[in-house]
Design a protein around this ligand. Structure first.
Ligand SMILES: [Zn+2]
Length: 256
């Protein structure tokens, strides 16, 4: 009987992982299929969000781990958190200032895609506009909203990123994240996890920098999720991600 080598096992694992439809938790098998690419290279990572605060709540601990390792991270927000005419209670410019403060805490940089809060548009013109914004960043990896989400701006961002990924030839790694589960993200089953036990305090500060956005309520919800993902992955707190099955290889901080 032919002995199966470790290389054969990895190949089998990769094929198996690719064959299964998404929605199945592949923790462990997916992680073992990682290839040793980009070692030593400083990478450019773009974390997109429907609003200021989304990347911080969904990926703040992972962002801090990337920037601690010297990688460049951009938080790309679809809008400035201001509805048309700014009829809400928040003074004009406040959400932008909060985003800048949150980015400083995470050692990241903010970029705004100039759509309007609550009025995200997904059409040919806006696909094109967004692709140009993303292309200018030259990302090695992009994180975006999981597409099944109760907020239209989140779904829009997910579609805009996906279209750009296709048009750019699937050149960058593509990961999905979760935010405000139950209220926003639904039916999310991570394939990958990042231990954020050491960076959770900075994530918390970055989320609380969005002081006008009820951080007591929303951080408590997100922290329940990171505790659950921690239980699943064997850490105190973790962030969970789904990697697109056709994504190029790209290491999460846990694997660097
Ligand atoms: Zn949002």
């Amino acid at each position: 009987m032919k002995q199966i080598s470790r290389r054969d096992m990895l190949t089998i694992t990769v094929c198996f992982g690719t064959t299964i439809a998404s929605g199945v938790v592949l923790q462990g098998t997916a992680r073992s299929a990682e290839l040793p690419a980009r070692s030593g290279k400083k990478s450019k990572i773009v974390v997109t969000g429907g609003h200021p605060g989304d990347p911080e709540y969904g990926c703040g601990g992972t962002i801090a781990r990337y920037t601690d390792l010297g990688h460049e991270v951009v938080l790309l927000y679809l809008n400035k958190g201001e509805p048309r005419g700014n009829p809400g209670k928040t003074a004009s410019g406040t959400r932008v200032e909060e985003a800048r403060k949150a980015c400083d805490i995470l050692k990241a940089h903010p970029v705004f895609a100039d759509q309007i809060d609550g009025e995200a548009i997904v059409d040919r013109e806006h696909y094109e506009q967004f692709r140009k914004v993303l292309e200018a960043e030259k990302p090695d990896a992009v994180f975006t909203h999981w597409p099944i989400d109760n907020h239209a701006d989140h779904r829009a961002m997910s579609m805009l990123v996906y279209d750009a990924w296709l048009r750019m030839g699937k050149k960058f790694a593509l990961y999905y994240y979760e935010v405000s589960n139950g209220e926003d993200t639904l039916q999310f089953a991570p394939t990958h996890y990042v231990d954020i036990t050491e960076t959770e305090q900075r994530k918390r500060l970055a989320c609380y920098a969005h002081a006008t956005q009820s951080p007591d309520k929303f951080y408590a919800l997100q922290e329940a999720v990171t505790h659950l993902r921690g239980i699943e992955s064997g850490h105190k707190q973790a962030e969970g991600f789904v990697r697109h099955v056709q994504s190029p290889d790209f290491r999460l901080p846990a694997e660097l």
